[in-house]
Design a protein around this ligand. Structure first.
Ligand SMILES: CCCCCCCCCC/C=C\CCCCCCC/C=C/C(=O)SCCNC(=O)CCNC(=O)[C@H](O)C(C)(C)COP(=O)(O)OP(=O)(O)OC[C@H]1O[C@@H](n2cnc3c(N)ncnc32)[C@H](O)[C@@H]1OP(=O)(O)O
Ligand SMILES: Cc1cc2nc3c(=O)[nH]c(=O)nc-3n(C[C@H](O)[C@H](O)[C@H](O)COP(=O)(O)OP(=O)(O)OC[C@H]3O[C@@H](n4cnc5c(N)ncnc54)[C@H](O)[C@@H]3O)c2cc1C
Length: 642
């Protein structure tokens, strides 16, 4: 199963080897539990481990392999981030995709050797979503052949970029490029922020940390202002766009090609989210198979809480989602790598499809991951609320994904643009022009679902039902939009009036893709035992998801009330079937205790001993009487007693 999750036997074996090596290297372990550290201590601890890793990485992993790097990161540095999180996730990808060969030769080796630390600075205090209204300017000075970066007012301060505040000395900065008074829109520039020797901010730069956040606090998300700060013309990233010395602008082959670093993260973060969901579920499911509370049969002893159907219903559909996200994420990364290769050689024809797909997936996956993690926390009762479970930290980090790399509603609306264009093709009889991801929009569906009527139909009838509801909602939302425009409404106003319905279409389309990715994977599996276990999970997935969106299929009678009962019964059937495999389905992800950082979810299952030991190690328990008591509470009580 681990091979299915991680992509191959080799990958699963390598993960085990890496975890085993790290277990033998105490210098790479947290020196004390992270929840007992202050933010400053955590940042220091993370920097300590990061520098050891830089020295020893080659002994542990193949540093050129992104999957091994990511695993090493999760084991040693953890999900709360590190001082170079953005360096690997956005700075290097932005340089790789957007810098010319010559620029890459100059900067990439230095970045890869970690001579310099970089980030991606795009969002501003006043604007994150609407990139056209970013306010930082890069004005070309023909006389000196330099760009002058400037922050005209407070809302133009860069705000949020990870590791910008304290760690990075370089950044890819996105600014509106102005040449001879003409604004060419947002473009990426390589900018040195701090002196390489002293790490002091360079003259003309105002920089700092934006303060503590809901989670992810090892990362110094920062602010940045420029006061007429000059950089050479050749610091504009020039793989696709060029500015000649005389100010001549050579436009890129696709207007949005400079957005590739965002698409990179959107594609890669899906498996990151799956891992966080599976981690929280691993903790909750292990705990639920240890925790005994109440009886189902009063004549029997107390049961493990995992025996309760409500507990299974709370956890198992999310286990199925974690697998589904992992499989859909792996497909998306493959597609991304393909499109990136094509883009580098000038073929931009697949960019729109990839953008639509990743926009929808990042939105649905992050939202459902958040839901699943929060349910996992609640499933642990009181102990879930303790930082000993670590689930609240996992939640805090994962839920950030709903916002970063494009706020979810906004990204769903991006996919909706693509769906509406596709609907227009269907309506104008040009279905043959539909791309493969939306080809189903042009296929006539049966009048009713055959879900309960064709035994052994595999998952075909389910896929057809998901296709039906997605198609119907897309065409309905598109009709609503076109209808408003026909009545004379301006395009943008009509769009806004339909946007809730449009986003519903985007979610349904994306959920269909996730189901299909799961089906594709299960169909490929040769090992009969693995196939059986995953088929059960897939049964739960399709029935649970369909129940969740059933109102769309009931509206037009595609599903009947009796079919709904059938689907519901299937959910209960598969909850029971999955119960014996539940812990194994999560243990198969092979998270080490070091990586999980959860006292509640350790592999040994000694929950109560571990919790007591952890509580005793709390800094508050170093003394029996705290100074807050001697200084304030004791005098208050004494005064009251007088
Ligand atoms: C390699 C190592 C492996 C390691 C794996 C990494 C795994 C990561 C795991 C993570 C797990 C946990 C750790 C946490 C890590 C945290 C990192 C967080 C980093 C966060 C960074 C950021 O947030 S960076 C800032 C991101 N900002 C945004 O996303 C802004 C969102 N806004 C936009 O994208 C745009 O403004 C928007 C698209 C909404 C509109 O753009 P605009 O230019 O205004 O567009 P319009 O003029 O309206 O035109 C729209 C048309 O353009 C098309 N389009 C838009 N974008 C694209 C695109 N990217 N590609 C192709 N086409 C695009 C769009 O379709 C429209 O087309 P149409 O034809 O007109 O319809
Ligand atoms: C943990 C974290 C890490 C980050 N890291 C980075 C980084 O490294 N580099 C970087 O540059 N940025 C980073 N960001 C910033 C992030 O990319 C932005 O916060 C994000 O893109 C959302 O933009 P915003 O904050 O402007 O939200 P807003 O756009 O102000 O969103 C507020 C509300 O308005 C709605 N809304 C906005 N526009 C529309 C619209 N057109 N239609 C409908 N509804 C709309 C949204 O749906 C949302 O409900 C990070 C953010 C976080 C939380």
């Amino acid at each position: 199963m681990a091979a299915q999750i991680w992509g191959s036997e080799k990958r699963a074996r390598r993960r085990r080897e890496i975890s085993a090596k790290i277990a033998q290297m105490p210098e790479l372990h947290d020196s004390k539990p992270l929840p007992f550290m202050t933010r400053e201590e955590k940042i220091m601890e993370s920097a300590r481990k990061l520098t050891i890793l830089t020295e020893k990485m080659g002994q542990i992993i193949d540093p050129t392999d992104p999957a091994e790097l990511y695993h090493l990161n999760n084991e040693v540095l953890g999900l709360e981030g590190n001082p170079m999180a953005l360096h690997g996730v956005m700075f290097i990808p932005a340089l790789s995709a957007q810098a010319s060969d010559e620029q890459q030769a100059k900067w990439l080796p230095r970045a890869l050797r970690r001579e310099i630390i970089g980030t991606y600075a795009q969002t501003e205090l006043g604007h994150g979503t609407n990139l056209q209204n970013l306010e930082t300017t890069a004005t070309y000075d023909l006389a000196t052949q330099e760009f002058v970066l400037h922050t005209p007012q407070i809302t133009a301060l860069k705000w949020w970029p990870g590791n910008l505040g304290k760690s990075s000395n370089y950044a890819v900065v996105v600014a509106h490029m102005i040449i001879k008074a003409k604004n060419y829109g947002p473009h990426p520039f390589m900018v040195q922020l701090r002196d390489e020797k002293t790490h002091e901010p360079l003259p003309g730069i105002t920089i700092g940390d934006i303060g503590p956040k809901m989670a992810y606090n090892i990362v110094d998300n920062g602010f940045l202002g420029f006061n007429k700060y000059r950089i050479p013309r050749t610091n504009l990233l020039m793989r696709h766009t060029k500015v000649e010395a005389d100010g001549t602008y050579i436009k890129p082959p696709h207007a949005k090609i400079n957005y590739s670093a965002m698409v990179h993260v959107r594609a890669y973060m899906l498996t990151g989210q799956a891992i966080m969901l599976a981690s929280a579920l691993n903790i909750a499911t292990r705990y639920s198979s240890v925790r005994r509370q109440g009886q189902i049969d009063k004549s029997q002893p107390e049961v493990k809480v995992l025996e309760y159907q409500t507990q299974q219903h709370r956890l198992f559909p999310s286990i199925a989602r974690a697998y589904a996200f992992q499989f859909a994420g792996a497909e998306t990364v493959k597609l991304y790598e393909h499109v990136l290769k094509e883009m580098k050689s000038g073929n931009v024809s697949l960019m729109a499809d990839l953008h639509a797909l990743t926009s929808g997936l990042k939105s649905v996956v992050t939202y459902q991951t958040g839901e699943g993690i929060e349910q996992a926390r609640m499933a642990c009762g009181g102990h879930g609320y303790s930082m000993a479970s670590y689930i609240s930290e996992i939640y805090g980090v994962a839920i950030g994904g709903c916002t970063y790399e494009g706020e979810n509603m906004v990204m769903l609306l991006q996919l909706a643009r693509y769906l509406v264009k596709s609907a227009a093709l269907v309506k104008s009889g040009q279905s043959s022009k539909l791309g493969p991801l939306v080809a189903y929009l042009g296929v006539k569906s049966e009048p009713t679902s055959l879900i309960d009527r064709i035994p052994n139909s595999g998952f075909t009838e389910y896929v057809k039902t998901f296709q039906h509801v997605s198609k119907r909602q897309t065409l309905k939302a598109a009709d609503m939009f076109f209808g408003l425009m026909e009545k004379g409404e301006k395009r943008e106003i009509a769009w806004n009036k339909c946007s809730v319905e449009l986003n519903r279409a985007s979610r349904l389309h994306t959920r269909l893709f996730i189901v299909e990715a799961f089906v594709r994977r299960v169909n490929e599996i040769a090992d009969i035992r693995i196939k059986e276990a995953l088929t059960d999970l897939l049964h739960l997935h399709v029935n649970y998801e369909l129940l969740d969106i059933a109102s769309y299929a009931l509206e037009d009678g595609f599903l009947s009330a009796s079919q709904l009962d059938y689907i519901r019964d299937q959910v209960y059937l598969y909850l029971g079937k999955i119960r014996p495999n539940a812990v194994s389905l999560l243990d198969s992800w092979e998270f080490s205790d070091i990586e999980l950082r959860s006292v509640l979810g350790r592999r040994d299952g000694n929950v109560y001993e571990n919790l007591f030991k952890w509580a005793k190690s709390s800094p508050l328990n170093k003394t029996d009487v705290l100074s807050s008591v001697t200084q304030y509470l004791k005098p208050m009580m004494e005064k009251a007693r007088l």
